[in-house]
Ligand binder design. Structure first.
Ligand SMILES: [Zn+2]
Length: 306
C-alpha cells in the first residue's frame, strides 16, 4: 500500500522576539461529547457522562484561574456540542481573551469512509460558534487527533489557518494537499505531551494513572530538548483530566519549570501559525527574487533559514 504524506521537510523556524522555542498550552474542551461519540448508549450512563461533565463544571474554572495567575493565554479546542451544552463556560474562556479552536461537533473521529459525517462535524462546529458567539475559529484539532486527506482539503476550503494533530515533526510546517496545493499550517503534537495518556481511566476501559514525577519527568525532558532544537511544544490537555486537583498542580509545576528559561515564547496556536505564515511569506518573496525565471518553484516550507 502506498501512502501519500501531506507535509513537507522538517525545518526550524526563527521565533519572534528572539526566542528559542514556543510553548502552546492547548485544552480540548470535550466535556461529555467525547463519551457520547464513543458510545451513544452513554447518553443513559449518567456517571460515565459525569466524567466529561467534570471538565466543564470544575476543570474550566480552575484552569482559567491558573492561566490568569500565570498571565498566559491558551487555545481551547471545543466541539460545537460543548458550545451548545456549556455556553457559560465557553463565554468565560472568551472573556479571558483565550483562543477558541474548532474541535468538530459531536466529537466523531474523522473516518475517510464517512465523508458526509466529516463535513457535518466541520460545518456544524462552525455554525455553533458563529450562532452563539459570532466567532469564526482559525485553528482545528480533529476529534481523536486523527486526520485524512479529505479533511485537510475541507479545512483548507473553509479557511482554516492551522491544524494540530500530526505527530511527524517538532517544528510547524505547511501541509501539501493531494493535488499539490498548500493546505493548513500544522502545529504538531504527540501522545507523550497529552494528559489523556497519563490521567484518565474508566471502570469499563481501565488504564493506569500516572503521578506527578512520571508526568513531569516526561514533559520537562521533552521541553528541554524541544527548546534545544528550537521547536514548538504543544501541550495537549483536557479539562476533565488536567482539571483534577493533582493534575492542576502538575501543570503549575511544569509552567514554573519552563519559566527558568528566558527564551521561551508562550503563545496561542493562532499566534504561532500567524508567525509561521509571516515568515513563510517573507521567505517566498526572497525565493522568488533569488530564483531565475523557469527554475523549480521555491519550497513552500521555507521558514527563512537556509
Ligand atoms: Zn477531544
Amino acid at each position: 500500500m502506498t501512502v501519500q504524506p501531506s507535509g513537507s521537510d522538517s525545518a526550524p523556524m526563527i521565533w519572534p522576539h528572539g526566542k528559542r522555542c514556543a510553548v502552546c498550552l492547548t485544552f480540548d474542551f470535550d466535556a461529555e461529547s467525547l463519551w457520547l461519540a464513543r458510545e451513544p448508549e452513554n447518553a443513559e450512563r449518567l456517571a460515565t457522562l459525569s466524567q466529561g461533565r467534570y471538565g466543564a463544571k470544575v476543570g474550566i474554572p480552575k484552569i482559567l484561574d491558573l492561566l490568569r495567575q500565570e498571565g498566559l493565554k491558551g487555545t481551547f479546542f471545543t466541539p460545537g456540542w460543548t458550545v451548545d451544552a456549556h455556553p457559560g463556560k465557553v463565554e468565560m474562556i472568551l472573556k479571558d481573551g483565550h483562543e477558541l479552536g474548532h474541535h468538530g461537533y459531536v466529537h466523531y473521529w474523522p473516518d475517510p469512509e464517512k465523508p458526509s459525517q466529516i463535513l457535518d462535524e466541520v460545518d456544524r462546529g462552525f455554525e455553533a460558534m458563529q450562532r452563539r458567539f459570532g466567532v469564526k475559529p482559525v485553528g482545528y484539532r480533529p476529534p481523536g487527533s486523527e486526520s485524512c486527506h479529505y479533511l485537510l482539503e475541507l479545512l483548507t476550503q473553509r479557511g482554516i489557518l492551522y491544524n494540530s494533530c500530526f505527530k511527524d515533526d517538532i517544528h510547524p510546517y505547511r501541509h501539501i494537499l493531494r493535488d499539490g496545493r498548500p493546505g493548513p499550517i500544522e502545529l504538531p503534537e504527540h501522545p507523550s505531551l497529552d494528559d489523556w495518556s497519563y490521567g484518565t481511566s474508566h471502570l469499563r476501559f481501565p488504564r493506569p494513572i500516572f503521578g506527578a514525577d512520571h508526568v513531569l519527568g516526561i514533559w520537562q525532558e521533552e521541553f528541554r530538548m524541544i527548546r534545544e532544537w528550537g521547536g514548538v511544544y504543544v501541550l495537549v490537555m483536557h479539562p476533565q483530566v488536567t482539571g483534577r486537583p493533582m493534575r492542576m498542580a502538575i501543570l503549575r509545576s511544569f509552567i514554573a519549570f519552563t519559566r527558568q528559561f528566558d527564551d521561551v515564547w508562550y503563545a496561542t496556536g493562532r499566534e504561532i501559525a500567524e508567525a509561521f505564515a509571516e515568515q513563510e511569506g517573507r521567505s517566498e518573496c526572497w525565493n522568488s527574487i533569488a530564483s531565475p525565471p523557469g527554475s523549480a518553484p521555491a519550497s513552500r516550507r521555507g521558514a527563512g533559514l537556509s
